[in-house]
Design a protein around this ligand. Sequence first.
Ligand code: PGA
Length: 250
Amino acid sequence: MTQRAKLVAANWKMNGSRDQNDRWLEAFRAAPPRCQAVVCPPFVYLEQVVAGLAGTGAGAGGQDVSDRTLGAWTGEVAAEMLLDSGAQWVVVGHSERRASFGHSDAIVAAKVERALAAGLRPILCVGETLHQREQGLTMAVVAAQLDAVLERCSARQLAGGAIAYEPVWAIGTGRTASPREAQEVHAAIRARIGARDGSAAAQTRLLYGGSVKPANAGELFSQPDIDGGLIGGASLVAADFLAICAAASH
Ligand code: PGA
């Protein structure tokens, strides 16, 4: 039996406006989910989202964080600033940032370390491309992404956050990993953490991400090593996000 409470996080990516967010938050407040939920808007909307989530039990998070400490780093957002804006969580190493903004495994590891040092809970994203999967490299890629972080932070520290397995070929494509495919990688991730720290592995929430929708969430979340989801496209519609949260609450 697992003691892990389900966690469902919304990754709004570069979407939203003050008006749209207000409407979303109003719908969310009208029927707050029973599972633990986290909403990650673009930085500039964090305070709006934090205020709008008040009383719902849900938390807020950033979509990235600087690996630097406060100072002359134009365009960067420090972990302390996220906390100061009311965020408790931060997505780190999303494949869109790895692929389009040059975030290597080493940079991602430094960001996780910085987030943890400041007191944020990282949601570390890992996952293989379609080409890598076809070459049979899925676990090698995911293991390297994970190990880079575990060289700088302990498994115990990571357990305070979450790890999201997001196959790149499933993100925003409408193509979801089958529950069996996802479970297989989740179990391997847990085993890899467990080789370092068994109790941390048992406590770490492993989220699945990649075209999760109300229609497929229930089956994914019922897998033994899938402890919730990181939701992109479907999180933009409050009713869909709430339906996915409901699937996690069963
Ligand atoms: P998606 O995105 O749900 O739109 O596939 C998931 C993610 O990128 O976190």
